[in-house]
Write a protein that binds this ligand. Sequence first.
Ligand SMILES: C[S@@+](CC[C@H](N)C(=O)[O-])C[C@H]1O[C@@H](n2cnc3c(N)ncnc32)[C@H](O)[C@@H]1O
Length: 219
Amino acid sequence: MENVYFYEMEEWYSETHKTWNKVAQRYEEKFMDLELYNDSYQRFCDELSRPDASLLEIGCGPGNITRQLLKRNPKLNILATDVSKNMIDLAKKNNPGIEVQVLDGRNLKSIKNKFDGIISGFTIPYLSKSDSQKLLRDCTRLLNEEGVLYLSFVDGDYGQSGFVSGSSGDRTYFYYHQLETIKQTLEENNMNTVEVFKKAYQRSDENAEWHTILILKKI
Ligand SMILES: C[S@@+](CC[C@H](N)C(=O)[O-])C[C@H]1O[C@@H](n2cnc3c(N)ncnc32)[C@H](O)[C@@H]1O
């Protein structure tokens, strides 16, 4: 894993992004109304310092989290971003009042303004360790004081990362990240941990996996 060539990793990214664009509609059908994480969305909203908070979402998918947040607080000002154009179109269809932008989470430097909250649901599983670390540092830079960060991922051994295939046979490159490493990077960048959620997600009849959700606040 450490010796992967840059161009090889770029090919993994390219395949992964194409897959997400292709499966956008199916992802919407399956996950738009999932209730498993609702208490974590509520906690994120409770931590925001203002009712009309400005939020940046990274890897918004079809706008499933966006919709849950707006349901809890319709005054939120949300810029939802994703690398997939099809996901962005669905996010806008499902949340007509939001701003949207096609954006790779590796290129957050193009965003100039700051936010009261940043939410990134299951997007770092599609970023390498160094790109995730960069995203975390970018997030802390883009947050106002007392800004809140919501991150979800699968806590595991980075060395086990690799391609996974969905029911259609299309592949994504899936990266495991370690909770302690992520917490450490963020705490070194002036973020305090507010709460860690662990959710058992039943992938199939035989397979369950633990999903980790981390909520932090900028000091
Ligand atoms: C598992 S889905 C999560 C969707 C939604 N946030 C949720 O939690 O249900 C992963 C999303 O990350 C997006 N994504 C993958 N790599 C990305 C990247 N480099 N930059 C931005 N979005 C990315 C995919 O297009 C997809 O919409």
